[in-house]
Structure formats: structure tokens, C-alpha cells
Design a protein around this ligand. Structure first.
Ligand SMILES: Cc1cc2nc3c(=O)[nH]c(=O)nc-3n(C[C@H](O)[C@H](O)[C@H](O)COP(=O)(O)OP(=O)(O)OC[C@H]3O[C@@H](n4cnc5c(N)ncnc54)[C@H](O)[C@@H]3O)c2cc1C
Length: 367
């Protein structure tokens, strides 16, 4: 059970409220007229774990213009209720304006936890909210739990440069805030039978303190690795651009995209927006082929949600083999061309060749 901290001693300049007053696990959803960001739905997964352990409800927060329509989507995916501030003056996103609306809501409703997805907007807004509410925040969590003795939320993440996990809590301040990168958690399944209240709130909209002079959409990377079904990922072991070309050929035959480890990015072989891992992106492909990647914890954290991992590595003791579903030990310069050749053959010969191959495999497995 939570205990009221000795606030005056701990931080006399910030008197804190009674922790028993704070209830509810909030998920700040990111939405505009056209889209509800999938990463917001993903945050409902850890929210569910925390809320069920605390015995509290999950509340979705929607701030913007013409965004009330997304409330039902949040409920169907797990929110118990949704608070909406839908205002034409929120049509343009300004981090301070949006952040202040959430601060005002938090002051009124006193949630015990606020979760924000670490998207570009989330990264901008969450620290503003935490600082204005004078509370702590843990960025880029990879898991959340609850300390059964104290009821404190445990924000779990790898600390810098360490192969271990840090359990961070905010014991003396409420709400407790945490962010997680997109794709670290799955979207909870949609349940058509769910329904819940949608509370419409009016908010005071502060002046943004800046003016949007013009809007020029940034040309986006056409390849979004976070959405790819098949990823061929290269590491330092690929040795250079020629190896990347081989990986690209394999990826194109499989209908996938190429990504890489930080060392491959640092070497300039792979663009930074295609880096997988702790300081890159989290991905959730059906198939992840890792070529010349050792399997450092900071890389593997980005492939937690991958369906199947195939590792190709020359070193039989490479740590990636501990986590891969299939491991091929050997020089990629021999293995990848052989895979390409076989895929080209199958493509040329059509479905019958694939059927024959599957039959051969079944027979081999049975014998
Ligand atoms: C705070 C922090 C954050 C980080 N964030 C990330 C991150 O987001 N993403 C990330 O990837 N890393 C990250 N790192 C770096 C991470 O710790 C590793 O250094 C990095 O992932 C290693 O990359 P690699 O596997 O490509 O290279 P290496 O560890 O050098 O491995 C190369 C592998 O290639 C194999 N190899 C060599 N030649 C061949 C061949 N011919 N055929 C087949 N295999 C071959 C070797 O056996 C070896 O296993 C981070 C580190 C820190 C400290």
C-alpha cells in the first residue's frame, strides 16, 4: 500500500498531494483529424498490466481537433474511458499548448500514472508535462511492472552501455510518468463488445508563444522499417557496401527491406533511419534475417516483437544464436548467394517447385 511520503522534508519547495488521491492509468493518445497513431494503441498494453495490478482503470486522453471520433477505437482496444479535449484552436499542433492541456487535465483528475508513446510528439510533450507537474519521468522503457509492496510503478529499461535492466520508480511524486518507443509493445486485440464513457472537457488554450509561418511536409523515407513484414538486417560483419548489395538482393527477392545494426549505420552503409535497436527503431516483422550481427543486447531489444529470427554468422559462439529461431553458421559470402540462387530458382519454377521443396522437407523431418 502506498505510504504518504514525508514531503516537507524531501522537497519543501514542492509540496505534494496525498498519493491516495491519485487514481487511473492514463494513455496520452496521439491523433489528428486523419489518423490515430498506432503507437498510442500499443501503450494500452503496458497500461493494462499496470492498471490490473493497481486495481485502477485505464483512461485514454485525446487532445486535438476533430479527434473525438477516435475515442471508441481506444475503448475497443482496452481503455475503460476516454477524456477528450476537441477544439478548433488545437488544429495546429504546438507542443506547449498540447502539453499544457494535458497538465491541466492531470491537475484536475489526478491520475496515478501517465504513459506516452515516445514518438516525435511524445518526446517533445512528455518532458514538458512531467516538468510542469514537478514529477519524474523515465524515457524509452522496455517494460513496466508494479512494486507489490509499495504500489510504485517500476519503469524498466536498459541503462546506457550496460547489459542489464534498470528498475526506476518515482516514489515521492505523482503522477508517475513513462514513455516507450513505438513497436516495443503490441497493439492489444480489438474487442467489439467493449464500451465506456467518453468525457468531453473544455480546456484553456494558452498562446503558443510561436507562430507557424509555413508548413512544408518533409520528404519521408519511403522505407519504413517499423512497418516491414520482412527485414534483412546487416551488421559490421557484412564488411562494406558490396555486402549490403547482396542483402538488398535477398530482401528484394523476399519482398522485404534492408535495415542494420548501429555499427553498420556508423560505418555509413545503412541510413540512420533504418537502424534497429535501443537507439534506433523497434521492429516487428514476421521474418528478421540478421547477417553479420553479433546480437548485442542493445540491438536485440529492437527485435523483441519479430516473429522469426534467422541469424547468419561466422562465429558459432555469437550471442545472436541464443535468441535466433534458426541459426546458420558460416561466411555470409557463401550463404547469402546460395539463398539468392535457391530463391531465384523457386521464383522461376513457380509454385510447383515450392510444393516439392516443402514435401522434401516434410519427408526429411519425418525420417
Ligand atoms: C547506449 C547504447 C546504445 C546502443 N544502441 C544500439 C542500437 O540501437 N542498435 C544496435 O545495433 N546497436 C546499438 N548499440 C551498439 C551495440 O552495443 C553493439 O556494439 C552493436 O549492435 C554491434 O553491431 P554488430 O553486431 O553489427 O557488430 P559486431 O558486434 O562487431 O558483430 C559483427 C558480427 O559479424 C560476424 N561476422 C564477421 N564476418 C562475418 C562473415 N563474413 N559472415 C558472417 N558473419 C560475420 C562476427 O562474428 C560478429 O558476430 C548501442 C550501444 C550502446 C552503448
Amino acid at each position: 500500500m502506498p505510504v504518504k511520503p514525508d514531503c516537507e522534508k524531501l522537497c519543501p519547495e514542492w509540496p505534494c498531494d496525498d498519493p491516495f488521491e491519485f487514481k487511473g492509468v492514463w494513455v496520452v493518445a496521439e491523433a489528428d483529424e486523419n489518423e490515430l497513431n498506432e503507437a498510442s494503441l500499443q501503450m494500452l498494453t503496458p497500461a493494462k498490466k499496470i492498471a490490473s495490478k493497481l486495481g485502477e482503470k485505464i483512461v485514454g486522453i485525446l487532445v486535438g481537433y476533430n479527434v473525438k471520433k477516435w475515442a471508441d477505437e481506444l475503448i475497443k482496444h482496452g481503455a475503460d474511458e476516454v477524456i477528450v479535449v476537441d477544439d478548433e484552436r488545437l488544429k495546429t499542433y504546438y507542443p506547449r499548448v498540447y502539453g499544457q492541456v494535458i497538465v491541466d487535465l492531470a491537475k484536475k483528475y489526478k491520475p496515478s500514472v501517465i504513459l506516452v508513446s515516445a514518438t516525435m510528439r511524445g518526446r517533445e510533450m512528455a518532458p514538458y508535462i512531467a516538468n510542469t507537474l514537478r514529477t519524474g519521468i523515465t524515457a524509452d522503457c522496455t517494460d513496466f511492472d508494479v512494486d507489490e509492496k509499495t504500489g510504485d510503478v517500476l519503469m524498466i529499461r536498459p541503462p546506457f552501455a550496460a547489459i542489464m535492466l534498470a528498475y526506476i520508480k518515482t516514489p515521492f511524486r505523482k503522477p508517475q510518468m513513462g514513455t516507450a518507443r513505438p513497436n516495443v509493445f503490441p497493439v492489444p486485440p480489438r474487442d467489439e463488445s467493449r464500451s465506456g464513457p467518453v468525457i468531453e472537457e473544455k480546456a484553456e488554450i494558452i498562446p503558443p508563444g510561436m507562430e507557424l509561418a509555413y508548413y512544408k511536409p518533409v520528404k519521408r523515407e519511403e522505407v519504413l522499417i517499423e512497418k516491414a513484414e520482412i527485414i534483412v538486417s546487416v551488421g559490421k560483419g557484412i564488411g562494406g557496401p558490396d555486402g549490403v548489395k547482396l542483402a538488398e538482393k535477398l530482401a528484394s527477392l523476399l519482398g522485404g527491406v534492408v535495415a542494420g545494426s548501429r555499427k553498420a549505420v556508423d560505418a555509413g552503409w545503412i541510413p540512420p533511419e533504418r537502424q534497429v535497436g535501443q537507439t534506433g527503431k523497434s521492429v516487428k516483422p514476421v521474418l528478421y534475417i540478421a547477417i553479420g550481427i553479433s546480437g548485442a543486447a542493445q540491438h536485440m531489444i529492437g527485435v523483441r516483437e519479430a516473429g522469426r529470427i534467422v541469424a547468419i554468422n561466422i562465429d558459432p559462439d555469437a550471442p545472436i544464436f541464443n535468441q535466433a529461431d534458426y541459426g546458420i553458421i558460416g561466411d555470409y559470402r557463401e550463404i547469402v548467394p546460395a539463398l539468392i540462387e535457391e530463391l531465384e530458382r523457386l521464383k522461376k519454377e513457380g509454385p510447383k517447385a515450392i510444393e516439392e521443396l516443402l514435401k522434401e522437407e516434410e519427408e526429411a523431418a519425418a525420417s
